[in-house]
Write a new protein. Structure first.
Length: 758
C-alpha cells in the first residue's frame, strides 16, 4: 500500500538518558542533546520542530511521548500503535507518556483541525522505523554479521541464517551510540505486514477511564490547594461598576475575594475578568459567589439580542456582498433559467457543551509558574500565561491532563490563565473550576449564520447557475478589531471549495459584527455552509422532479480533480493547510461515498407512511463524508431516528475502531446541534444555562442504529475528528421533508414539526 510520502528531509534527535535511547523525528535537519527529553532541566539548543518521540530503556520498555491532547479521539493509542508497528514492538511492552507544552521539544501540540494523524502519520512511522533500524544495526554489530542477515521481529532481533535471537533490552546500550541511519536506508513497512495499524486495538486509557482512575482537569489535586470560582462579566466587554463582597466573605470556607483584570473586546485568549471567590472547597466557593453583589456596566455589547441580530443578518444576506469566488455569469444564468429557486437558511449560535467543563490548577513559586489543565493547546496556554503574567515563557510549565471532551473549546486557554493569575495573587496552589453554567454562559460560541442561496434550472432540469451569500460573524473578530467578514479560510469551508457542476457559480460574503466571543467548534464554518448547500440541493431535486440521490450525483458531475485556485477564487485558496496538488478536490471520491451511503441505507426501498430518508455529502479536513438519515415523523410532531448510515473516505485510516467511534460521535453531535442546539442572547447575556435549556442529544432520542462505512484507501490520510458533522444536519432536514413535507431552513428544528393549531 502506498502511503503519503514524507518530508524532503527528516529530523532526528537522539539522547542518552537514564541509560536508554531517545529519538525524535520532525521535518528539517538534525541535532543531538545530552539529556533525556523528559527532564525539566534539559535545555537542548534545537533548530528543529520534532513531532514524535520514542524512548527505549534498558528493560526493553518502549515509551511513546504523545505530543497531542487526548479528548476521546484516541490519539494516545493511535500514535503509539503506528510507532510500535514500525518498531516491531510487543504492544504489551509499550507505554504512553503525555508531553508537557514545549514547542522546542515537541513541535506543534495544538490538537485541533483533525491534524494529529493526517499531518504526522509519516513522521510517526519514521520514528519507529528509525529505532528498529538502529536496533538491527546494534544486533549486527553484536553478532558481527551483515545487516542484511538480521531482522527485527516482535521486540527481538533475529539472525535469519542461524535463528539466533536477542531482545531489544540487550541492544539499547549499543544502539544509542550508533550513528543515525541515512534516509535512503530507512524502509517503512508494507501494509501487509502491519501488526497493529489498521487493526482493532483497545485504547491505552480505556481501563483507567472505565474504572475511574483516569485524571481529567476536574480531577486535579495538590496539597494545600484552594478552589476558585469566578463571577465573570455577563456580557462580552462588561465591566464592574460596583462590588459588595461582604456577604460572600462570611460564607464558611471562603478565604479571598480577588478582582481579575478586565478584558476589552477583542479579548482573544485572555480571561473575561470578573471576581474570583477563593475558598477551601468547591461548595464554599460556589456559595460565596452567589453572595456577591455586583453591578455591571454592560459595555458595547449590552444590547445584543438574538432575534434582532438574526433579522439583521438575513437582510444583509439578501444584498450583494464581497465576491470570494466567481465562475461564469451567474446573473445571466439566473435570468435565462426555466425555473428559479431561492431559499434562506439560518443557524443559531452553538455551545461546545462538552461533558467536562474547563478546569485548571496552577502554582506560582519563586517567579516560576507551573500549571495543569485539560487543554487542547498547551503551548498557547503556556505562551498566554507568560504574556499575561509578564514573565519569560521559559519560567512557565504547562502539563496536560485528559480532556472530557473538547471540540475546540479547550484550545482557548482563558481558564488556564485564570488559574495562573490567582495562584500568583493567593500565593498558594489554586484550581479554577468552571461549572456547567459557567461553560455555557461564558464560552467561545460557534458562529450564528444566515445563508441565502439562489439557483436556476434549465429546461432539462439541470442547474445552470448558483449564487450563495453567506453572512456570519468571523472567528477573527475575537482576536482583532474591525473584523466584519469571514476570512479566506472560513470561506474555504464550503464556499470557495464548492465542487458542483452548476454552470455559473458565484459566492459572496457579507459583513457581520461579532457581539460575543466566536470560536472554532467541531468542523467550524463547514456546519452552516454544508447545511445550506446540502438542503438546497434537495430542494432543487424536488423542484426538478428528480430522485435526490440521483440529482446529487448528476450535480457533482463526472469524476475529475478540481483546483479552486484556477476557478475564480478572489482571495487565498484554503485547503486545510495543504496544497491542492497534495489533496485535490476529487469528485470521484464524493460520488463514491454517496453511492456507498445510499446503497447501505437501502435508498429507494419503500418506507412506511411518516418515514423518510435524506442524503447529503460534504468534504472537510481533506475527508469525504456522505450521510443518509432515516426519520419517522409522527402526527403529533414527535420525531425518531431509526437509522443513520455514514460513508467515509478519509484516505488511509490507521485505527478503524477510533475512526468509527468518532463518526458515531459526530453523528450524534450533528443531530443534537440540528434538533436542539441554540444559544440565544438577551441584553447581551446568554439566556441558556445548563443541559435543561441547552439540550444535547440524549440516549433516548439518539439513533437506534448508526452504521459507519469506511472506504479502504491508500490515499494520504485526511481528518477524522471533525468531518462527520457537516453532512448530518442537511441529511436530517432532507429526511424530515421526505417524511412530512415540511422544509426545515432554520436550525434548530425545535418545535417546527408540531401540528398547526386551529
Amino acid at each position: 500500500m502506498a502511503l503519503q510520502s514524507g518530508v524532503d528531509r527528516r529530523e532526528f534527535l537522539t539522547a542518552a538518558g537514564a541509560g536508554g535511547l531517545v529519538l525524535a523525528v520532525g521535518g528539517t535537519g538534525c541535532t543531538r542533546v545530552d539529556s533525556d527529553l523528559r527532564g525539566a532541566d534539559a535545555k537542548p539548543t534545537l533548530t528543529i520542530t520534532p513531532v514524535a518521540h520514542v524512548r527505549l530503556d534498558d528493560t526493553g520498555t518502549v515509551t511513546v511521548v504523545c505530543h497531542r491532547s487526548e479528548m476521546g479521539q484516541g490519539i494516545r493509542t493511535t500514535m503509539a500503535m503506528v510507532i510500535a508497528d514500525e518498531l516491531e514492538a510487543d504492544w504489551t511492552r509499550v507505554v504512553v507518556e503525555q508531553a508537557p507544552g514545549d514547542e522546542k521539544l515537541y513541535g506543534s501540540q495544538n490538537t485541533d483541525g483533525s491534524t494529529s494523524i493526517r499531518d504526522f502519520l509519516t513522521q510517526y512511522r519514521e520514528t519507529g522505523a528509525t529505532v528498529r533500524l538502529l536496533l538491527e544495526a546494534a544486533a549486527g554489530q553484536h553478532w558481527k554479521v551483515p545487516m542484511a542477515e538480521v531482522e527485527a521481529r516482535m521486540h527481538q532481533v533475529v539472525h535469519r541464517p542461524s535463528g539466533r535471537k536477542i531482545g531489544y533490552d540487550k541492544l539499547v546500550a549499543i544502539a544509542r551510540d550508533l550513528p543515525l541511519p541515512p534516509k535512503d536506508q530507512l524502509k517503512l513497512k508494507d501494509a501487509s505486514r502491519f501488526r497493529y495499524v489498521g487493526k482493532e486495538v483497545p485504547g491505552v486509557d480505556l481501563a483507567d477511564m472505565t474504572t475511574g482512575r483516569a485524571v481529567y482537569g476536574q480531577d486535579l489535586r495538590r496539597d494545600g490547594m484552594k478552589i476558585a470560582v469566578i463571577a465573570r462579566p455577563p456580557v462580552w466587554g462588561a465591566t464592574i461598576a460596583s462590588l459588595d463582597a461582604s456577604e460572600a466573605q462570611k460564607v464558611p470556607g471562603v478565604e479571598r475575594i480577588v478582582r481579575l483584570p478586565e478584558a476589552k473586546p477583542p479579548s482573544g485568549f485572555h480571561p473575561l475578568g470578573g471576581v474570583a471567590v477563593v475558598a477551601a472547597n468547591t461548595w464554599a466557593a460556589i456559595q460565596g459567589r452567589r453572595k456577591l453583589k455586583i453591578e455591571w456596566t454592560p459595555g458595547p455589547n449590552g444590547r445584543y439580542d438574538s432575534t434582532e441580530y438574526r433579522a439583521q443578518l438575513e437582510r444583509t444576506a439578501r444584498k450583494p456582498g464581497k465576491v470570494v469566488r466567481e465562475k461564469g455569469n451567474v446573473r445571466a444564468a439566473l435570468a435565462a433559467a426555466a425555473t428559479r429557486l431561492e431559499a434562506d437558511y439560518y443557524m443559531a449560535h452553538l455551545s461546545h457543551a462538552q461533558m467536562e467543563p474547563p478546569a485548571a490548577l496552577a502554582v506560582f513559586e519563586n517567579g516560576r509558574l507551573e500549571a495543569w489543565g485539560c487543554t487542547q493547546d498547551p503551548q498557547t496556554a503556556r505562551n498566554t500565561m507568560a504574556e499575561v503574567l509578564k514573565i519569560p515563557v521559559e519560567q512557565v510549565a504547562m502539563h496536560v491532563s485528559l480532556l472530557g471532551g473538547g471540540f475546540g473549546r479547550k484550545s482557548k486557554p482563558d481558564f488556564v490563565v485564570e488559574a495562573a493569575l490567582l495562584a500568583r495573587e493567593v500565593a498558594a496552589p489554586v484550581k479554577v473550576v468552571w461549572t456547567r453554567e459557567d461553560d455555557i454562559q461564558h464560552g467561545y460560541y460557534h458562529t450564528v449564520a444566515a445563508e441565502h442561496v439562489q439557483a436556476g434550472l434549465d429546461g432539462a432540469g439541470k442547474v445552470s447557475g448558483w449564487l450563495h451569500r453567506s453572512v456570519l460573524p468571523s472567528i477573527g473578530a475575537t482576536f482583532a478589531p474591525d473584523v466584519l467578514a469571514q476570512s479566506d479560510y472560513e470561506a474555504g469551508m464550503g464556499l470557495t471549495d464548492f465542487p458542483y457542476a452548476t454552470g455559473a457559480y458565484r459566492a459572496e460574503v457579507g459583513p457581520a459584527a461579532a457581539r460575543t466571543r466566536i470560536g472554532w467548534y467541531r468542523s467550524v464554518i463547514n456546519i452552516p455552509h454544508a447545511f445550506a448547500i446540502g438542503s438546497f440541493i434537495d430542494e432543487l431535486a424536488h423542484a426538478a422532479g428528480r430522485d435526490p440521490k440521483d440529482f446529487l450525483l448528476e450535480l457533482l458531475g463526472p469524476d475529475r480533480l478540481i483546483d479552486p485556485a484556477h476557478e475564480g477564487i478572489a482571495g487565498k485558496p484554503w485547503n486545510y493547510g495543504r496544497t491542492f496538488e497534495e489533496h485535490p478536490i476529487d469528485v470521484g471520491r464524493y460520488r463514491h461515498v454517496v453511492d456507498i451511503a445510499a446503497a447501505q441505507a437501502g435508498w429507494g426501498q419503500p418506507l412506511p407512511a411518516g418515514h423518510g430518508r435524506g442524503i447529503a455529502v460534504h468534504r472537510s479536513f481533506l475527508s469525504y463524508v456522505a450521510a443518509v438519515v432515516r426519520v419517522e415523523v409522527k402526527p403529533d410532531g414527535s420525531l425518531t431516528i431509526p437509522q443513520v448510515d455514514v460513508a467515509v473516505d478519509a484516505g488511509f485510516v490507521a485505527h478503524p475502531e477510533r475512526a468509527r467511534a468518532q463518526m458515531e460521535g459526530a453523528t450524534v453531535m450533528g443531530l443534537g446541534n440540528a434538533l436542539y442546539g441554540e444559544i440565544t442572547f438577551k441584553d447581551g447575556k446568554v439566556v441558556q444555562s445548563n443541559y435543561a435549556d441547552y439540550r444535547v442529544m440524549r440516549i433516548n432520542s439518539a439513533p437506534r442504529t448508526i452504521r459507519v462505512h469506511l472506504v479502504p484507501s491508500d490515499k494520504p490520510p485526511g481528518g477524522i475528528g471533525e468531518p462527520g458533522v457537516p453532512p448530518i444536519a442537511p441529511a436530517l432536514a432532507n429526511a424530515i421533508f421526505a417524511a412530512s413535507g415540511r422544509r426545515i431552513r432554520t436550525l434548530p428544528v425545535g418545535g417546527q414539526l408540531a401540528p398547526a393549531t386551529a
